[in-house]
Design a protein around this ligand. Structure first.
Ligand SMILES: Cc1cc2nc3c(=O)[nH]c(=O)nc-3n(C[C@H](O)[C@H](O)[C@H](O)COP(=O)(O)OP(=O)(O)OC[C@H]3O[C@@H](n4cnc5c(N)ncnc54)[C@H](O)[C@@H]3O)c2cc1C
Length: 301
């Protein structure tokens, strides 16, 4: 007989809010994608830990969602559980250490640091990430990454020092081994309030000038020793469209999802860009965006 998982009961037992058959589109910046069998919203580290062990006991596959700003969820959704960390929030500051929970937004962390005349993370301003997602992805830009400021990470299973997190380009032990980030301690620097504030303004305006507005996942492809955006632009693909998904005219490494876009449109557009770039330039683009759920296999380039 098929094993029936009682998600609502698991939610009640662990004190974690649960929605069954829940649409994931509202929890991703692309705003597309289907349903998860269950969507959980832990609000405490203890709740998240208890939930993870219950799901493991029941052998339920699960995916983690921070702010969903680097993922493309299949239109068919995902079987099993999705855990969304948006409600796991709480920032504290002690000396030069800022501690944040997985669901805090990077912008809230940067603001809390600023209010305490602490700086270092300003370069990340404008990245719409949660702390857990940013650390798992080792978010970065302008030749710097978040890893440089991570002292400790508490994950479901223990604590790791920054040096033991195996940070590399858009990667970490948390992605490699599917470990769940619960909270992060950042070591920051004393700064002048005004100086830090103007740095934040500077980085935000750089983004406004270079990146499109709308529903995107940031850089679609990795910049593996070259700028993927330049390569795509040189292939004449700005404005290239599949259904409701289009390559941005402002920055060719950004795909913008229009009102009626589906995840299949975005996925097919990615496949066609890869094929085009491979055939014209002999370059294999690799996705930075992460696929969640199943997609049909047209993406072989
Ligand atoms: C407008 C825009 C601009 C962007 N600019 C940049 C940029 O300059 N630099 C950059 O690096 N990225 C950029 N991004 C991409 C994205 O914001 C980053 O990859 C970010 O780190 C993802 O964070 P998230 O919370 O949205 O994670 P999600 O997209 O929700 O998840 C990303 C990955 O992290 C995992 N994850 C999430 N939470 C946890 C957790 N608590 N524990 C373990 N794993 C977890 C997920 O399972 C997934 O594998 C941009 C995106 C947008 C939309």
């Amino acid at each position: 007989m098929e094993h029936v998982v009682r998600y609502l009961e698991i939610g009640r037992q662990t004190g974690v809010a649960c929605e069954e058959n829940a649409l994931l589109a509202p929890y991703c910046t692309f705003g597309t994608g289907g349903k998860a069998d269950a969507l959980f919203f832990p609000e405490t580290e203890e709740g998240a830990t208890a939930l993870l062990s219950r799901l493991e006991e029941e052998s339920v596959p699960c995916v983690f969602l921070g702010n969903g700003s680097n993922v493309l969820v299949s239109d068919d959704g995902v079987r099993g559980a999705a855990i969304c960390f948006r409600r796991l929030k709480g920032i504290s500051v002690k000396g030069k250490i800022v501690t944040a929970l997985a669901g805090d937004s990077l912008s809230d962390v940067i603001e809390a640091a600023l209010l305490n005349s602490l700086g270092g993370l300003e370069f990340l301003s404008g990245i719409p990430a949660s702390v857990g997602g940013a650390v798992a992805m080792n978010a970065g830009c302008f030749n710097k990454t978040i890893a440089e400021y991570v002292s400790f990470v508490r994950y479901a299973g223990g604590v790791l020092g920054g040096r033991d997190c195996r940070f590399s380009y858009r990667d970490s032990i948390f992605r490699q081994e599917k470990k769940c980030v619960l909270s992060v301690c950042f070591h920051l620097e004393n700064v002048e309030y005004e100086q830090s504030e103007s740095k934040i303004g500077y980085f935000l305006s750089l983004r406004r000038n270079r990146q499109p507005k709308g529903r995107t996942c940031g850089s679609t492809f990795r910049n593996d020793g070259f700028f993927a955006g330049k390569v795509i632009e040189n292939c004449g693909l700005k404005g290239y469209r599949v259904g409701g998904a289009v390559v941005s005219e402002k920055h060719a490494n950004f795909i913008v999802a229009g009102k009626n876009a589906t995840s299949s449109d975005i996925y097919s557009l990615i496949a066609r860009i890869k094929k085009n770039v491979w055939e014209r330039c002999g370059i294999r683009l690799r996705e930075e965006v992460e696929y969640i759920g199943k997609f049909k296999d047209e993406n072989q380039f």
